[in-house]
Design a protein around this ligand. Structure first.
Ligand SMILES: NC(=O)c1ccc[n+]([C@@H]2O[C@H](COP(=O)([O-])OP(=O)(O)OC[C@H]3O[C@@H](n4cnc5c(N)ncnc54)[C@H](OP(=O)(O)O)[C@@H]3O)[C@@H](O)[C@H]2O)c1
Length: 324
């Protein structure tokens, strides 16, 4: 396993981290013993960064992590997230920031995370979502800075809203954040425009999520793939979305034909090629995925010509002028 520095936190984190959403909720049936085994396996192989959230099973993911870390807490950095108070997700530009993240609510919710994680001090506390409309009045970040000075949290981050990967750029430049969590993958390349260079300029740790586009960029889905109703992918890949995405993945696979890389490996190596990236929190549900994802760190870098080809596969899914 290779390690990188997580920006201004100075933490030395594994290039591949553990995304702990599926072990909490929303991904259909997930056996707790598989979750525990995959966390242990990943740490045995050198993983030392875990991302979770209160919202992943209302504390379930955090509690499983706490249980596994009982004997090995010192080995790992854990980042968690608190959701905003009730309202639209992602937050609308018309939402009042002080109603969605009021101080009393932040303190109470962070305390719940501390209990779930069985810790006095949270390593990295992230706000689970944001809107760039709040950048002019980022009051919740003042509250988080107070929590930091009180020793309740060590570092402050925000996770980008899914539709706007450059939403945090202003806050990064203004020095509010230690880390950012962002969607960056072969389809979603927008962070390369601004967020990633700004992170480098300002020494902010970058935690990349959804490097596999919710599993699609592992290359394992068929165009007629169906997901159970209790799996959020039944919505994410609703209608003709699987079919369209698989067609694109097939084209990417062609680019890799004369290389040593599988689709899944290329998906991770593409992300790791950017020097601003500190760690990829791959979603992991079993020991085999832990092993496969972690060993990708040791592989050589993608050749420059392949990187260039992969850059041509960016997909701006929100824009329909050019058709589907
Ligand atoms: N708003 C936010 O802040 C936000 C949103 C999303 C995610 N996240 C964080 O980011 C993490 C990563 O994102 P994600 O888990 O949503 O998506 P992801 O990493 O793109 O995809 C993960 C899924 O791909 C499959 N997979 C993983 N490794 C594989 C391998 N080697 N071969 C084949 N399939 C493999 C697994 O699903 P199956 O086994 O079911 O196929 C796994 O659950 C989350 O766990 C969470 O911590 C945060």
């Amino acid at each position: 396993m290779k390690y990188r520095i997580l920006g201004r936190t100075g933490l030395r984190v594994s290039e591949i981290g553990f995304g702990a959403w599926a072990i909490g909720s929303h991904w259909g049936t997930q056996n707790v013993s598989d979750s525990i085994d995959s966390l242990n396996k990943a740490m045995d192989l050198g993983l030392n960064f875990i991302d979770t959230a209160l919202g992943y099973g209302n504390g379930k993911s955090e509690q499983i992590i706490a249980e596994v870390l009982k004997e090995r807490r010192e080995e790992v950095t854990v980042a968690t997230k608190i959701p905003p108070a009730d309202g639209p997700w992602p937050p609308s530009p018309y939402c009042n920031v002080e109603e969605r993240y009021p101080e009393k609510y932040i303190r109470k919710t962070v305390d719940t995370c501390r209990k779930n994680l069985d810790t006095d001090c949270i390593d990295i506390l992230q706000l689970h979502t944001w809107t760039r409309a709040w950048n002019r009045n980022p009051k919740p970040l003042d509250v988080l800075h107070k929590l930091k000075s009180e020793g309740i949290i060590k570092y402050i981050g925000i996770s980008t809203p899914e539709q706007d990967q450059n939403a945090l750029v202003h806050l990064m430049k203004e020095g509010y954040l230690d880390t950012v969590q962002v969607i960056y993958n072969i389809f979603e390349q927008e962070p390369a425009a601004e967020l990633l260079p700004v992170a480098l300029d300002n020494n902010i740790g970058v935690i990349v999520r959804v490097a596999y586009d919710e599993g699609m960029l592992t290359g394992k889905y068929k165009s007629n793939q169906l997901f159970p109703k209790d799996d959020f992918r039944s919505k994410y890949f609703e209608g003709d979305r699987v079919y369209r995405a698989v067609k694109r993945v097939d084209k990417i696979k062609k680019e890799l034909e004369n290389t040593e890389f599988t689709m899944a490996q290329a998906a991770l190596k593409f992300v790791l090629a950017h020097p601003a990236v500190s760690t990829i929190i791959t979603g992991i549900r079993n020991k085999n995925q832990a092993t496969q994802n972690l060993k990708t760190s040791e592989l050589p870098e993608l050749p420059e010509d392949i990187m260039h080809k992969l850059q041509q596969h960016a997909w701006l899914r929100g824009v329909w002028y050019s058709g589907k």
